[in-house]
Design a protein around this ligand. Structure first.
Ligand code: NAD
Length: 471
């Protein structure tokens, strides 16, 4: 029986291993983590992450061929294939702070593998890592000189939160990078054999290690670049009277461009896009390519600009001040169908409004009050000045309330601000919301999901990104 172990039971490790266990019933799959509470949650009815379809997959396999454990060393030593799916956040201090990937968790996982392994292993980079990481990992693994052979593969994950299970069931491609030696090719084949249980052969691509590592950074950079491109266009639309939805539709009809990822919004978020582009920028700078670094930097700059632009538009529309005004924030997660708030644009928008002394009443169907307060208290890095910015002041904390209902959030508010494209926000009874708000009542749609004409008919003053302004 093939035994797979995955180090890291997060947004990637958990769902990915659950799907491997489901599709490969003859394998034993064990997911391990240093976080006792996370493993306990994976073993309970309340999984640690919200992801449509995940509960069903886990329920089908858990206890049969899928296990979650904190007994890391035992599981690693017994495994044939070890996936490493630990977090690789942006470094917060020291060399490369604010840009480079922090590989502390990866290094400690690699050292532990080297310490406990008693047989040859295939070690798979599932985390997103800088190009050339496998070289460093190889040195760490082989340094203990106990004669154990390791084959390192790069198998980056392309799932998107909110659609992770569907993405894993039907991936556009599975990418496997390895050494061009006979042993490297054999290891690639072993991993191909795992995915071949459900992924069509022509969707499993193999490359050299560095191409696979770099492809993940490149894919995220390209996706984020599309968002920044359409957001940059949205500013021009507002200045000229063009409508960004119409422009996106027309542009996306070109088969060379395609329609996906062309929705204007308040900006991209999530744990990956910004982190991976910063990492790309750092790698370019380290390789003496400042012009290339500047090109990618601009994607992040436009994203920051879009969030600031949104806050400025909101404040200027509300007669240049939101001081003491109640603003209802609908949605805090970085996108719909996830409870993940890492790098969500809601953090910057809320902080901007709090800076102008607004009172915020926040509702998100999947994000807890604790999480929101933690996020709003966090420090943040600035691209050009990698220093800590001021955290939220204690008085700002008091300006925030969190409720469990959109109507409650909007009650007596001066403005409603939509920051996540949850489906339920499309079908709210906006007449009821309008009736219970202060007048004039504003809607600021950061995701372009409301019917602007209908809302204007009700009596709202509406700002929708990249659309003609209220007459
Ligand atoms: P996460 O923070 O949700 O999970 C990482 C887990 O690793 C945590 O539970 C942490 O406790 C655990 N961990 C850290 N060090 C450990 C160690 N030494 N031993 C055991 N466990 C350890 O992160 P994530 O969102 O799952 O992302 C993991 C990686 O996958 C990152 O590199 C990320 O860039 C990449 N990725 C993420 C996504 C996504 O949508 N979240 C998509 C593709 C790729």
């Amino acid at each position: 029986m093939v035994k797979i172990c995955c180090i890291g039971a997060g947004y990637v490790g958990g769902p990915t291993m659950a799907v491997i266990a489901l599709k490969c019933p003859s394998f034993e799959v064990v997911v391990v983590d240093i976080s006792v509470s996370r493993i306990a949650a994976w073993n309970s009815d309340q999984l640690p992450i919200y992801e449509p379809g995940l509960d069903e997959v886990v329920k089908q396999c858990r206890g049969k061929n899928l296990f979650f454990s904190t007994d890391i060393e035992k599981q690693v030593s017994e495994a044939d294939i070890i996936f490493v799916s630990v977090n690789t956040p942006t470094k917060t201090q020291g060399l490369g702070a604010g840009k480079a990937a922090d590989l502390t968790y990866w290094e400690s996982a690699a050292r532990m593998i080297a310490d406990v392994s008693k047989s040859n292993k295939i070690v798979v980079e599932k985390s997103t890592v800088p190009v050339k990481t496998a070289e460093a990992i190889e040195k760490i693994l082989t340094h203990n000189g106990r004669g154990i052979k390791y084959q390192i593969l790069s198998n980056p994950e392309f799932l998107a939160e909110g659609t992770a299970i569907q993405d894993l069931f039907h991936p556009d491609r599975v990418l496997i990078g390895g050494r061009e030696t006979p042993d490297g090719q054999k290891a690639i084949q072993s991993l191909k054999d795992v995915y071949a249980h459900w992924v069509p052969e022509d969707r499993i691509i193999s490359t050299n290690l560095w191409s696979a590592e770099l492809s993940k950074l490149a894919a995220n950079a390209f996706l984020a670049q599309r968002i920044s491109s359409v957001n940059a266009m949205s500013a021009l639309c507002e200045a000229t009277g063009a409508d960004v939805s119409q422009v996106s539709h027309a542009v996306g009809k070109d088969t060379r461009i395609g329609p996906k990822f062309l929705n204007a919004s308040v900006g991209f978020g999530g744990s990956c896009f910004q982190k991976d582009i910063l990492n790309l920028v750092y790698i370019c700078e380290c390789n003496g390519l400042p012009e290339v670094a500047n090109y990618w930097k601009q994607v992040i700059k436009i994203n920051d600009y879009q969030k600031k632009r949104f806050v400025n538009r909101l404040v200027s529309s509300m007669f240049n001040t939101v001081s003491g005004k109640k603003i209802s924030i609908l949605g805090f997660a970085f996108k719909k169908d996830t409870g993940d708030t890492r790098e969500t644009p809601a953090i910057d928008v809320c902080k901007g409004l709090l800076g102008d002394k607004a009172h915020l009443c926040i509702y998100d169907p999947q994000v807890t009050e604790d999480q929101i307060r933690r996020d709003l208290s966090m420090n943040k890095f600035d691209l050009d000045h990698p220093v800590h910015l001021q955290p939220m002041s204690p008085s700002s904390v008091k300006q925030v309330s969190v409720v469990w209902d959109a109507y409650e959030a909007a009650k007596d508010a001066h403005g409603v601000c939509i920051l996540t494209e949850w489906d339920e926000f499309k079908t709210l009874d906006y007449q009821r919301i309008f009736d219970n708000m202060q007048k004039p009542a504003f809607v600021f749609d950061g995701r372009n999901i409301v019917n602007v004409d209908k809302l204007r008919e009700i009596g709202f003053i509406v700002y929708s990104i990249g659309k003609p302004l209220d007459p």
